[in-house]
Design a protein around this ligand. Structure first.
Ligand SMILES: O=C(O)[C@H]1O[C@H](OP(=O)(O)OP(=O)(O)OC[C@H]2O[C@@H](n3ccc(=O)[nH]c3=O)[C@H](O)[C@@H]2O)[C@H](O)[C@@H](O)[C@@H]1O
Length: 351
């Protein structure tokens, strides 16, 4: 009986009452899965376009501590301004090609330039980011027992010979082309995820993201939606790359973030396509921007780049059935919201 009392700290021994108890030792694992008080979540690339919207959602829940690691190559501190100084938030300038030691429960691994002009700018660095960066994050996940989600891409399907693309399709990718640093890099990253899963039992999640747009995209990002909107607002011609009949399916960023969180929280490893199945030619997109944002805009056909996929549209049956997810925001709703953000950042008065 006495032993039980003592182990509960309820001993009546006078001498032990006289000794003050030491304060509890602060543990670096205080908020980790060992206590369940709050989830501690690492977001690599969290200062980027999709990353920063994801951070907003994770922070707004109030149940998480969020650590962002970003090298600011394409991301920006500005995207995270409202969280800097918040007790549940930390921002680390870090390049994922170097190892990182942090105690976390979940890792959203987004870090990698995603716009073709940026990922082709330093292709060796891009493939290092995808391969070494993913290896480093998997090593971290293994060490601390974290669940890890990789944002892969529709580019793993290359210039697809099946339409729409299902997750079972293995793709049609040029292994030595100018896009390969990204496409093949992400394919290897997926391979690494599954090898760590099979060999070490890691909890993995893979999202294959299709073209995503919305507020906070870099104005000079180079991708088609940001180009067309910036051009329309600046009174420039909309540069439709030839032939203009190539298609893409555009997903609004809030829908994408919702899909990523559902995938992380669910039970399926993926890969799972996340994208909006609404499919448009680039000429149709230019016409929509013209109609919704700047009716006087002119179109200009320009030269295309090598290996540009001729069509792309996700089959999202898996996301619907396994995650209960489908996009809510149509292109016609999303374009004006993004244009409003660009208008403010470009300081263009409303007409
Ligand atoms: O936005 C994305 O989410 C995707 O962007 C790129 O894929 P891509 O589809 O080539 O993106 P864009 O550079 O926006 O090109 C889309 C289409 O628009 C055309 N385009 C691009 C820019 C432009 O000014 N005009 C124009 O017609 C391109 O020729 C291409 O056919 C990346 O490679 C993907 O990984 C990424 O997921």
């Amino acid at each position: 009986m006495a032993a039980a009392d003592s182990s509960n700290g309820a001993t009546t021994n006078a001498s032990s009452q006289a000794v003050p108890r030491p304060p509890p030792t602060p543990s670096p694992l205080r908020y980790s899965k060992f206590s369940q008080a709050k989830l501690r979540i690492l977001v690599t690339g969290g200062a980027g376009f999709i990353g920063s919207h994801l951070v907003d959602r994770l922070m707004e829940s109030g149940n998480n501590e969020v650590i962002v690691a970003d090298n600011f190559f394409t991301g920006s501190k500005d995207n995270l301004r409202k969280w800097i100084g918040h007790p549940n938030f930390e921002l680390i300038r870090h390049d994922v090609t170097e190892t990182l030691l942090v105690e976390v429960d979940q890792i959203y691994h987004l870090a990698c330039p995603a716009s073709p002009i940026f990922y082709k700018y330093n292709p060796v660095k891009t493939i290092k980011t995808n391969v070494i960066g993913t290896l480093n994050m998997l090593g971290l996940a293994k060490r601390v027992g974290a669940r890890i989600l990789l944002t892969s891409t529709s580019e793993v399907y290359g210039d697809p010979l099946e339409h729409p693309q299902k997750e079972e399709y293995w793709g049609n990718v040029n292994p030595i082309g100018v896009r390969s640093c990204y496409d093949e890099g992400k394919r290897v990253a997926e391979t690494l995820m599954f090898d760590y899963h099979r060999q070490h039992g890691l909890e993995i999640r893979i999202a294959r993201i299709f073209n995503t747009y919305g507020p906070r995209m870099n104005i000079d990002d180079g991708r088609v939606v940001s180009n067309f909107i910036a051009q329309a607002l600046r009174g420039e011609e909309l540069t439709v790359q030839a032939p203009g009949t190539q298609t893409r399916s555009f997903c609004y960023v809030s829908d994408m973030v919702d899909g990523l969180i559902r995938l992380m929280e669910g039970e399926n490893t993926g890969p799972i396509n996340l994208g909006n199945p609404g499919e448009f030619t680039m000429l149709e997109l230019a016409e929509a921007v013209k109609e919704l944002i700047e009716p006087s805009a002119q179109l200009k056909i320009t030269e295309n780049t090598p290996d540009d996929p001729r069509m792309r549209k996700p089959d999202i049956t898996k996301a619907k059935t396994l995650l209960g997810w489908e996009p809510k925001v149509s292109l016609r709703e999303g374009l004006p919201r993004m244009a409003e953000d660009f208008r403010l950042r470009l300081n263009v008065p409303k007409k």
